[in-house]
Design a protein around this ligand. Structure first.
Ligand SMILES: Nc1ncnc2c1ncn2[C@@H]1O[C@H](COP(=O)(O)OP(=O)(O)O)[C@@H](O)[C@H]1O
Ligand SMILES: [Mg+2]
Length: 370
């Protein structure tokens, strides 16, 4: 065969859209063949967000959303195949991350578990394509955080033998991957990416996100609030570590703002600083000064955030993954195409130095097409 197509499907903590990428891995390349994004409606986003915190009648709501999301995943897949003129038999497998509705990694007070929904039985049945899903729980069963999983893919495609690199993925949460030219790949979540800026602008301006970070740029960061936000216990935890909406959400932010009278735009400016500071602090601990830094995820389109990162990392080259030939918004979906291939080839998908698992292991469950 002259092609080896896998389809990666990602719906991240932002719950903004279902992102899909078809990647050709033939002869060890990772070529993006086509991509598609199906936006999630505000109604579905609301249902997802309301399941990320404990509430009433969770099992019924979860069961319904599990099926509803899977139908949407299958619809998005058929749209992409139609767009590219491909038939299901040309896709070796789908890698579906699913929608995280709870992530409680080990090391916290509560019992640890992680839950991604969007029933893979339905995806396989509707599409006629073998579907790999539920990647995170095997890593957690082996003592890991179940996250982040993208560093292994970053290593496979972006590692260089001549220069040290860092990849920063700024989705709802942010994670970094350290790719030294020689030595061990490391990676972990650094804290909030866009999530707090998103919830704050939604509350005050009714917008889903702060385009280019323009609203943040119109305000002045408050240094006292920034210090207070940075005192969240997650920032002082040592890796391996991962986080989610359970830790960083509007309720937490509101509690930090009690008894303060700040302009909403100044809070937004401070939240942008929080994302930048927490990422930069961790990069400085990990990386060499002369390393190259590549940003992916939706946060790469926040120009003011990109400017701030470059300002705080003056010795390093800071760019988006576009410079490496891959548009920032497709990297995570591509990673799940890669993870599906690892599973189908019976290869490990996690890096134990990243997740803290006691071994590198084949991830996910396989739902065969027939
Ligand atoms: N033009 C833009 N300006 C500022 N922020 C943006 C822009 N485009 C996308 N984003 C941010 O990226 C987020 C989506 O990023 P994504 O990588 O899909 O995250 P996730 O994996 O959590 O779904 C949006 O919620 C928004 O905050
Ligand atoms: Mg997204």
């Amino acid at each position: 065969m002259s092609t080896e197509y896998y389809l990666g499907l990602m719906s991240g903590t932002s719950a903004d859209a279902i992102d899909l990428a078809i990647v050709d891995f033939h002869q060890n390349k990772s070529e993006l063949i086509g991509s598609h994004s199906l936006p999630l409606t505000p109604e579905i986003r609301h249902q997802i967000h309301s399941l990320t915190i404990p509430g009433h009648n969770e099992i019924d709501r979860l069961g319904q959303l599990d099926c509803q999301l899977a139908e949407l995943f299958a619809l998005a897949i058929s749209q992409l195949l139609g767009k590219l003129g491909l038939n299901p038999q040309q896709i070796m497998a789908i890698g579906s991350h699913g929608q995280t509705i709870r992530h409680r990694p080990p090391g916290n007070r509560d019992a640890s578990f992680t839950l991604q929904i969007g029933d893979p039985n339905i995806i396989a049945e509707r599409t006629g394509i073998t579907t790999v899903a539920d990647f995170r729980r095997r890593d957690m069963a082996a003592g890991g955080q179940g996250a982040p999983l993208v560093p292994a893919f970053h290593h496979a495609v972006f590692q260089s033998t001549s220069v040290d690199r860092v990849v920063i993925n700024i989705g709802g949460m942010a994670n970094v991957t350290w790719l030294p030219k020689s030595g061990k790949t490391l990676g972990f979540d650094t804290g909030p990416g866009n999530v707090l800026m998103d919830v704050w602008i939604l509350k005050h301006l009714g917008k889903a996100y702060d385009t280019n970070g323009d609203w943040a740029a119109s305000g002045t960061p408050d240094s006292e609030l920034l210090l207070q936000l940075l005192s969240h216990e997650f920032f002082s935890q040592l890796p391996p570590k991962s986080t989610g909406r359970e830790a960083f959400n509007l309720e937490w932010l509101s509690s930090m703002l009690k008894h303060k009278t700040l302009h909403a735009a100044d809070v937004q400016a401070t939240l942008l600083q929080l994302t930048a500071h927490s990422i930069v602090k961790d990069i400085k601990k990990l990386a060499t000064e002369e390393c190259e830094i590549y940003v992916c995820g939706g946060g790469a389109y926040n120009l003011n955030l990109m400017t701030e990162l470059a300002l705080q990392l003056p010795q390093s080259k800071v760019a988006t993954t576009e410079e490496l030939g891959v548009a920032p918004e497709w990297i995570e979906a591509m990673a799940f195409a890669w993870l599906a291939r690892q599973t189908m080839m019976r290869k490990a998908g996690n890096l134990s130095a990243v997740t803290g698992a006691n071994r590198e292991i084949i991830l996910g469950g396989i739902y065969f097409a027939s």
